[in-house]
Design a protein around this ligand. Sequence first.
Ligand code: MLC
Ligand code: AMP
Length: 443
Amino acid sequence: MNLLQLFDLSLIARRDAVGLEWNGKSYTFGEIEERSNRTANALEARGFRKGDRLCVHLSNRIELIDLFLACVKLGVIFVPINILYRQREIAHITGDAEPREMITEAELPLTSDRRERPLESLDGDTPAAIIYTSGTTGPSKGAVLTHNNFAVNAINLLACWQISRDDRFLLALPLFHIHALGNGLHCWLLSGCRMRLLERFDHRTAADEFLDFQPTLFFGVPTIYVRLLDAPPEIAQTMRLFVSGSAPLPPHVFDEFRRRFGQTILERYGMTEAFMIASNPYAGERRAGTVGFAMPGMSVRIIDGELQVRGPTVCAGYWGRESFDGAWFATGDLASMDEEGRITLLGRKSELIISGGFNIYPREIEELLLEQKGVREAAVVGVADPIRGEVPVAYFAGDAAPEDLDRVCRDQLASFKMPRRFVRLESIPRTALGKVQKHLLKS
Ligand code: MLC
Ligand code: AMP
């Protein structure tokens, strides 16, 4: 079965039910079906055919859903780009994915008078999306995500987290990442529940959205749960399940959340290349500081401390590069597993910094700094932050002015990658072999 056949459980079988709330308006599944048909016909008229790539640089909005569904209907590969990315970051993705077009707000609305659904034959191995993940070394790579990957991930979550058409789902995460796209959008479309989509999570208005919509289901990153600790207890009155993922949830936040709201956050673990790998149980103990058990269908093992995974949600490979072909996928996450199979993450093999759930590879910032006059050496490290988890700090050697480096980074990097400080040193500490000693900078 391809994804569309699963989405039809909502788009067709629940056509008269309200499926979406966006920007103060409600839409039935039938209206969503028709909107996306029109968008698909518009894309087809612009020359899009099965296998073409469509880059989309948009923040959350209904047109982003129209575009995703249109791509699924045509077999066009959807390539979402982080809305916070600047020219340098976007150019890398468009250079690699070679899309037929990139859609930004300026191209909207993208619609046609033709309302019938275009017919394309697609099987489960057809790529549905490519999501770029910041590479540990070298440039970021596009994970090729198939219909089967998305389908199995969502079916797993519906079963494991008991998501049904009776849920009211509040989605505030950005749709350009696997968390909102793979988990959020797909759980909505497969369950046929009612979803309220927000442009983004804003801690100043979040409580009002909860009180007004009265959700039962919410997905967040740890920064969001830290922010919600300031919200009134009533926000959780109608809630059935809060899920956290994308970065480690500090146990004190888990505890405080339970005290304040009487809700035990369910923490799960995933990554773009493998979708959801492990989850705490819905029934049974949700243990703080652990990510629970491997998802159904997923095999996990730990080799030299690193978690490896194999199963139906591991993606096909990297666009234009290697194919994974059913092999064990090395996650780069260090982990331990107890006799029962409960997994605890212990850190990462690479220097990846996760800030507010967004990934930052220090090397990308270091390379930009080294391109600047007056920078001989550069090293970026993550330092602990009570709200975002970690934030980047840049150290450099040379006579460049920190204000100039600040300006260059602000111009060329997504805002979440901005170093909080630029610290000048005589030289960057290195081992006898010349390797930068980042642990010395962190302390
Ligand atoms: C953050 N900003 C956004 C934004 N999110 N701007 C536009 N759209 C968004 N979606 C910008 C703000 O403008 C601001 O920029 C800065 O980020 C911080 O904003 P804030 O208001 O202070 O936000 P805060 O309360 O700290 O919350 C940030 C956040 C955001 C939690 C809302 O970090 C976020 O949406 N994170 C989710 C990331 C995510 O979905 N990751 C999943 C990856 S997939 P400025 O310029 O003013 O500083 C993955 C696999 C898995 O990891 O397992 O899921
Ligand atoms: P991404 O490349 O954006 O898909 O991010 C994937 C990475 O997020 C994983 O490799 C982990 O390092 C991290 N991650 C996801 N969920 C969790 C979690 N519950 N706890 C700790 N880290 C997590």
